[in-house]
Ligand binder design. Sequence first.
Ligand code: ZN
Length: 348
Amino acid sequence: MGAAIMNILKLMPKAELHIHLDGSVRPDTIISLAKEEGLMLPVIDPNELRPYLHASEQCSSLTEYLSKFQLPLQCLQSAESLRRVAYELVEDAHRDHVKYMEIRFAPLLHMEKGLTVEEIISHVLAGTDEAERKLGTTTRLIIICLRSHPVNKNLKVVHAASAFIGKGVVGMDLAGDEVSYPPEIHRKVFEQAHDYGLPITIHAGEAADANNIDESIRHLHAARIGHGVRLQDDAALMQWVKDHHIVLEMCPSSNVQTKAVESWSDHPIKEYFDQGIRVTVNTDNLTVSGTTLTKEYERLMEIHDFSTAQFAEMNLYALQASFLENPEKLRLLNYFREEYETMGLLPK
Ligand SMILES: [Zn+2]
């Protein structure tokens, strides 16, 4: 790949719809937070710490992948740590020319020291709002309900999240162990979110089969699907997803690491794109997956032969499917189109 193309991939304005706060904490910050919180770390050198936080391509499963979140979560139990990592995440994305991002996290995982769901959301928002003001990357939040948590607790999370509509929270998600906890368990939770007017995206078809994608769209009101790797197993559903403009938030590095796909070349993203399905490229987790959007684009270009114009097109899909409110969404769409035209990535 030539330097000029690498430069375009880096400099083109990007949108990120699927990124987890707790999986994107800088190793240096983990060390500093552990000190402040009096937590013992297995090692204190950032490079030696990396294997504890990062899933390589040799990672064997989603379960092993999820184990990399334990350490960061222990460090994210206070107002200041939440504010700090939220700020730093926007800063890291900003450096990669991300101009719009939706950051997701599960408030119930940050309550060990007594914070309430409302407080947790407020602290993360304090960090992202400050970063947005200083750096200009428009940032919104998606609140996660975990599959393994009881319905009544998740209903409380939805209720708390609804108080932040118009104040930074733009959607709800369901995440966690897809095999043991199928989406139908949480129909009531997402009915409630839908009633509150909260847009919905669901992790589905990542570790379990295409039925979960079908269930998430039909009964959980999902407008977007996290990953959706297994959609390829169901041709009729694939057609339906295409016709109804359901957007897939695909995270190639993560999908290889969790073994949702065997390898990069087995990833269905190009096939979906060529068939007209609205796919978007996302990182899932900067630290756990050890990636950036630019790195994902580079690998996809090398292995699946995407063009820079096709990345521009996928970014426009992402913005159109974002849960961002108007007129900000229109403003960003215009900005992206103008930049892409100037860079020669769109027909004039
Ligand atoms: Zn995810």
